[in-house]
Design a protein around this ligand. Sequence first.
Ligand code: PMV
Length: 308
Amino acid sequence: MRAAAESPSKAIVSGEHFVVHGAWALAAAIDRKVRVEVSDSDRLTIASDRVRSRDSARLRPLETVVRAMAREYSFSPNVSVSVRSDVRPGTGLGSSASCLVALAAALSALHSLGLGKAELVRLSMEGEREVHGRPSGIDPAVCAYGGVILFRQGRAPTRVAVPGSRSLLLAYSGKQRRTRDLVERVSRFREGNPRLFESLGRSVSEVSRASAGMVSSNDLQGLGRLMNLNQAVLSAVGASDRALDAVAGLLLELGAYGAKLTGAGGGGCVLAVAPEGKEKSIISDLGGRGIESFLTTIPVGGVRSWLA
Ligand code: PMV
């Protein structure tokens, strides 16, 4: 028997880092996909087109999810897992969450478990904890549900309607980094500045909720302004760096309404919203300066699986 699943990846629009400490955050699925195939086998094997065999330790979180599901649903952990990914790891686009959610969905299809999105998120978190240390759960949630979600730890995500533009612009700042290191850095800032961090967290929660309203009223200019505010706050708590600040600044100069780091920061990607129709010229201007970028839409459905 063979099954497959495909999950979108994601961009955080507002509230990264603060969401780890209880704030509201807003995230969008993006149409860079991870596809996982599983089939019965005589032993557990895992291969990924993004991970060289000498780095196979990076695949351990997948093994954790296979073994956790095998224990919980009483099936054999002897499966062959194969991963194909459009998502560059370490760039803030949720490659690990997307992969783990797709894996849980593929195993659910293989064993006809009929698991819902909330269950897939819960199971993928077994692996996410190994990748990140203390993940908030926003990444697997948006990969599983798709679209745009308003998220707070411990609550079911709220879907946000997207009636207008579904275009997001993403630019690479040129450096890969580990989410775990950045989460620790921001947590140290919080320990040293508890009152400041708490008050910033309350503001970020408001910014996330207001941003959700702007997405549903298609107010891209308003959303852009809030993204710029978010970038300033993320920079203040140590999540940005010179390259990210420079790419975000350049995007504004080129006409974007707003630009901010997305995900853990310290490298990785900048997310921007731009006037409709202007995105292509911004991408070509960035390319002329050696900065790789792309336009993505927001897929609605989230992870999907099938018997192959
Ligand atoms: O860079 P990523 O895709 O790992 O994004 C992580 C987002 C954080 O808020 C920094 C951590 C989390 O688990 O919420």
